[in-house]
Design a protein around this ligand. Structure first.
Ligand SMILES: *Cc1c(COP(=O)(O)O)cnc(C)c1O
Length: 490
């Protein structure tokens, strides 16, 4: 053997590993101690607060060219980053729709990053665990073991995965080879007018265009009007379109309405449509003993999007797409380039997870979900979902009991839409009054709500997907809204 090449002592080899592991260990312990306190005491801090100018300026710092001590860097992060969160881990955060994370999940994210594995493929433990978490998701929602699935960044991606398989299956041609321009009869997809905007983006990115998604009116309960859907399908067939897919909502983002999924499954079978369910909010209600029946039919979907970073409280990001027909799923995404051929043994003998979605490199997002599921068991997650739904019904009862407030939509699960009546103001002035209440609740650090428009009426919106929320938080919310209402009226 040749001698190793001589290295010059003047150019010592470098690495990113710490020069002093003991120092790094001590700092890491401090970070963990701080993290425990951060989560333990979250209730004592404001939900949210505006960043002062000097904190904003911190984010304008130029590209660092020379090193800095890691302890100093951590100090900056603690002061400028950890102190100004979005707030969704706080018990009184109910804006938009997101989960509230959990400590075990954070440890999982840390360990996943320490292992550093890339889950594009390969024969290693992280890949197996990723597939196991997908299998667990199937079991939670009643999908058959033969179904396929993939973990993705979130619900938007999970919906794109499902809708891609729907398009390819219904196109009547090999879309992957020839593109959407070669589709003979333009495809039509259907969803209620409450369907999440990510489906519009999906239609755009799939090359079908926004107009290929027909919005079907929703009824008084904000569920898709099935008769109107049937009529739209018939009309489209007459006009030369090919009805391809119906999107059912298991929990709409505006009000939490759940479409009649069983009726949609029957209709899809009758009309030969792909049945996709957006279950980003509600699919997991299937594990909640008191409310599971609300999502009956979710298990009949051809494809389903669900979101572990919502009601399983996984730290962001974790979504999951399930596809009943495993061949159709793989057929929509698999490509075997010469540099990624599998082998019968060794590292490249595993399942290539990039065959099931759009990413090549993939992070180990399964571990944070897996560890929390193991720690608590699925029954507890189910009870927490029931708890949030019961809390939403409680809030609705407080609103209904309070003459100054008005419930604006039926509460089917965990989303409450309501407004302050503002002594009879109307139109833009009523909206401004309620918006001001919402902003003051945020700025005073009391609670984070969002707002929306339901049946053309502006309202405040509380979405309780939060394992830290307690009934007393909802009592406080109502009391503070009444206080602010009185202050604003004065
Ligand atoms: C949150 C949500 C989405 C989008 O999911 P992300 O995880 O935010 O990408 C889609 N549909 C519904 C009904 C949602 O609530």
């Amino acid at each position: 053997m040749d001698a190793m090449p001589q290295t010059s002592s003047a150019t010592a080899e470098e690495t990113l590993d710490p020069l002093d592991w003991a120092d790094m260990q001590a700092l890491s312990h401090r970070i963990v101690d701080d993290a425990v306190g951060y989560l333990r005491d979250v209730r004592d801090r404001p939900v949210w607060r505006e960043m002062p100018g000097e904190v904003r300026a911190f984010f304008d710092a130029p590209l660092p060219r020379s090193p800095a001590p890691i302890a100093e860097i951590y100090g900056d992060v603690a002061r400028n980053v950890m102190a100004y969160p979005m707030g969704n881990i706080h018990p009184r955060f109910w804006s938009w729709y997101m989960g509230s994370s959990n400590f075990t999940g954070a440890l999982g994210d840390f360990l996943a990053a320490i292992q550093g594995s890339n889950l594009g493929g390969g024969n290693h433990a992280a890949g197996l665990m990723d597939s196991q978490v997908v299998d667990w998701c199937k079991q939670m929602v009643g999908f058959p073991a033969s179904a396929s699935g993939t973990l993705v960044s979130g619900g938007s991606m999970a919906n794109i995965i499902g809708l891609t398989v729907a398009r390819n299956t219904k196109a009547g041609i090999d879309v992957r080879e020839h593109g959407v321009g070669a589709i003979a009869q333009p495809l039509r997809f259907y969803g209620s007018d409450q369907t999440h905007f990510c489906h519009r983006k999906a239609m755009e990115v799939l090359g079908l265009g926004n107009r290929a998604l027909r919005r079907i009116p929703s009824d008084a309960a904000m569920r898709i009007d099935i008769a109107a859907l049937r009529a739209a399908i018939a009309e489209d067939r007459k006009a030369g379109f090919k009805p391809a897919c119906v999107i059912g909502n298991a929990g709409t983002v505006n009000t939490g309405a759940i479409d009649d999924l069983q009726a949609l499954a029957r209709l899809a079978a009758d009309e030969d449509l792909w049945f996709h369910v957006d279950g980003c909010i509600g699919a997991l209600i299937a594990i909640a003993p008191e409310n599971a029946s609300l999502v009956a039919g979710v298990e009949q979907a051809d494809s389903l999007a669900l979101d572990p970073h919502k009601w399983l409280h996984a730290p962001f990001e974790a979504g999951c797409a399930l596809v009943r027909d495993a061949e159709a799923h793989r057929g929509a995404f698999a490509v075997i380039p010469e540099y990624l051929e599998s082998t019968s043994r060794g590292l490249a003998s595993g399942k290539w997870l990039h065959d099931y979605g759009l990413q090549t490199s993939r992070g180990f997002r399964a571990l944070k979900v897996w560890m929390a599921l193991k720690e608590h068991g699925i029954e507890k997650f189910g009870r927490l979902i029931d708890q949030n739904i019961a809390q939403a019904r409680y809030l609705a009862s407080l609103v209904e009991a309070e003459p100054a407030l008005e419930l604006m939509a039926p509460v089917s699960i965990n989303i409450v839409c309501f407004r302050h009546r503002a002594n009879g103001l109307s139109g833009e002035r009523l909206k401004a009054f309620n918006t001001e209440i919402m902003l003051r609740l945020q700025e005073e650090g009391i609670a984070a709500l969002s707002d929306t428009t339901v049946h053309d009426q502006h309202c405040l919106r509380v979405a309780i997907a939060n394992h830290r929320t307690q009934y007393k938080d909802l009592d406080l919310l109502v009391a503070e809204i009444l206080r602010l209402g009185t202050e604003l009226a004065a």
